[in-house]
Design a binder for this molecule. Sequence first.
Ligand SMILES: Cc1cc2nc3c(=O)[nH]c(=O)nc-3n(C[C@H](O)[C@H](O)[C@H](O)COP(=O)(O)OP(=O)(O)OC[C@H]3O[C@@H](n4cnc5c(N)ncnc54)[C@H](O)[C@@H]3O)c2cc1C
Length: 276
Amino acid sequence: MYIPKLISGEYMGAYGLTEPGAGSDSGGTLTTADLDGDEYVLNGRKCFITNAHHAGVFIATAVTDKSLGSKGISAFVVPRDTPGFTLEPGEVKLGMRGSDWASLVFQDARIPKDHLLGPEGEGFKTFMKTLEGGRISIGALSLGIAAGAFDCATKYAMEREAFGGTLSDQQAVQFKLADMRVKVEAARHLCYHAARLKDTGASYGTEAAIAKLYASEVAMQVSYDAIQIYGGYGYSREYPVERMWRDAKLCTIGEGTSEIQRIIIGRAVLKAAKSL
Ligand SMILES: Cc1cc2nc3c(=O)[nH]c(=O)nc-3n(C[C@H](O)[C@H](O)[C@H](O)COP(=O)(O)OP(=O)(O)OC[C@H]3O[C@@H](n4cnc5c(N)ncnc54)[C@H](O)[C@@H]3O)c2cc1C
């Protein structure tokens, strides 16, 4: 019913996991879903939800059994026009201003029982699995920003005149460009590797975390260096590199922060070491 509309582009979807008090620790979800006859009644709030104003349908997590911790969290499909479900505009953002976000507010929001996504209690697992794929996307987004900043900086260094030549004649600038190129290429390989694993059906969670962590931090470093190569013009809004730096910051936070990626990678390291 919803999938054909999502595939055709008639509907945009939105992913509702984060709450004001539960972000990295999303197992601490407070939104509740109580079964009442043939309907679930949802109460609570989600924040920072990308594309919320444009979405025709949402998925969201809510607690169906408080006694079970994260195993008592279920996933639901929430149609836009659900009674008791409203949106609140999001805060003004540092970057990614071309992308919408909003809070989802559930006040006795009633959805049909068959809008439970998967079995009760499996929602947290399903949402965590979805994040694994999303991390490859955030890695790719980071890579695009880093590659864009590198291209801008290279072009500018070849045009900007100083000390009887162009900036690119200075070895210090060439070294900076060389380091930027190396980081972009390394990020590209990590993202492509994780994507290839996913395509083949192999396990890819750790590789997605590695790609996301590395590429997002590279996007920050490369856009920062690009601003430096532009000098004062880089600090102005006239050129795109300051925007790239602001946009890149999201990539170290969304779909799990850099610290959370390190936790995932660290666990995988120890698990592999124990099995030796
Ligand atoms: C632009 C944007 C779009 C977003 N879109 C969505 C969306 O569509 N859907 C959605 O559900 N969410 C979305 N989010 C939310 C995002 O996933 C969360 O912001 C993120 O998971 C971090 O949660 P938090 O903001 O609550 O920070 P917190 O969890 O409070 O973390 C704060 C800091 O503490 C650190 N920290 C927390 N726990 C640990 C730990 N155990 N060890 C070490 N450090 C730790 C974090 O790394 C971070 O640096 C979006 C966020 C942004 C900025």
